[in-house]
Ligand binder design. Sequence first.
Ligand SMILES: [Zn+2]
Length: 506
Amino acid sequence: MNFFNIKHHGAVNGVTGSCHELSLSSRLGGQEGPGILIDCGLFQGAETSGKGASANQLEIDFPIEHIQALVVTHVHIDHVGRIPYLLAAGFKGPIYCSIPSAKLLPLVLEDAIKIGFTRNGALVEKFLRVIEQRLKPLPYQQWQSVIEGPDGSIAIKLQPAGHILGSAYVECEVQKRSDQSLSVASGDAQQKARQGQGSAAGDELLNKHRVVFSGDLGAPYAPLLPPPKSPYRADTLVIESTYGDRLHQGRKERRLALKAVIERAYQDRGAVLIPAFSIGRTQEILYELESLVHDLSTHKLYKDTWANLQVIVDSPLASRFTKTYRQLKPYWDEEALKRVRTGRHPLNFEQLYTVDSHDQHETAVNLVRSTAEPCIVIAASGMCAGGRIVNYLKALIEDPRTDIVFIGYQAQGTPGQTIQKYGPRGGYVELDGERYDIRAHVHSLSGYSAHADQKDLLNFARRIKHPPGQIRIIHGDDQAKRELQQKMQAILPAAEVMIPGQGESG
Ligand SMILES: [Zn+2]
């Protein structure tokens, strides 16, 4: 099977920097034929591509002359953050993504470019216009031809991945060029073709290959989003493994855990800090908080407490995303829409305050520090590597009344990971070059993860009707990848289950 190649340019030595390549073999031999990229994300923390790219070295470190299109699975920065560098390297092709992602992507990139490149308004505008021209929004479940030429063809189809709004996994149909397929069709297949039955299957196996890139897969009970359904067919499955070695809390359990943390905040009058990705986690946690407030503020035991709960979202980006999320209701799940029909506003409730400007932010940090009013602060970044959450941590992490709640994955080398690991043992963390003792209580609520857990990942593979002959496990730390590999092999014994290395093709 060598009429196409798969290469991994990121998210093979960790969970960030997602970037995968699917290209056709050139009919001229040796050279790369035309290809596509799936995602082009930032590295975070200590993670690298293994070839040069890292959080501090973001230039594209692989050839792109033959890359004709980029497919974006979802708009998290570790999947799209290097798009400006891809354009700088000379990429001229279209950017395919889902319709909601096309609305959200310019917001993410505007932010990324202001942080990483320039604050010059005219330049930012110009860049965003280029992005908007390149964007090709695709409805879910619809085939789109992306490459069609003498070396063969690649078509793609997006399917809902249930990870964040607009997230997709990508089905790719790779087809050999027609003269090649004629010569490959064996006498046996041709004979079957003459007999009618079986010919389609025979031809298909010889000339076509279905590659599925999972992107990030959501958990079945993610707030707001419908769960992902497995594809009908995958010959090769490239699957993430962020939580390949873990099982999440159930829906009820995670809700109770969050409620307990908030109740503790009421007892000791401390703040609850929730570091969260501006997009996805923030909206989902707001959705859950609205639901807790709604259910408990009418309860006679809790009435006074919960009706007064203050929730602060301190991130201009998160506020803009939340607004866009509200506009994208057609993509919400049935439960969320039901709440809307009963007159509730899951992402815009009374106790919610948003902090926008930098001045407001400083005021908010001081207020939260100086007044003993229990409140919940949600701010980026999700792994505490920069962003406004850092100022809250600096102000409050040494206060034992503070509760820090991690709801997402913390990559190696990020302050979030240090706090999560050493906080419960009375350790310290370095923030902006200074050392802070961690006296706050640290909680990790796995149930709110945007990622499928081990069971969900196995189910995703198991439920593919025409199961994959090859499974490539990516986007996880070593332990997670190895454990998922073992379990995958056990449920799909006929498949080759492998952990690819950086840049490796197959
Ligand atoms: Zn993601």
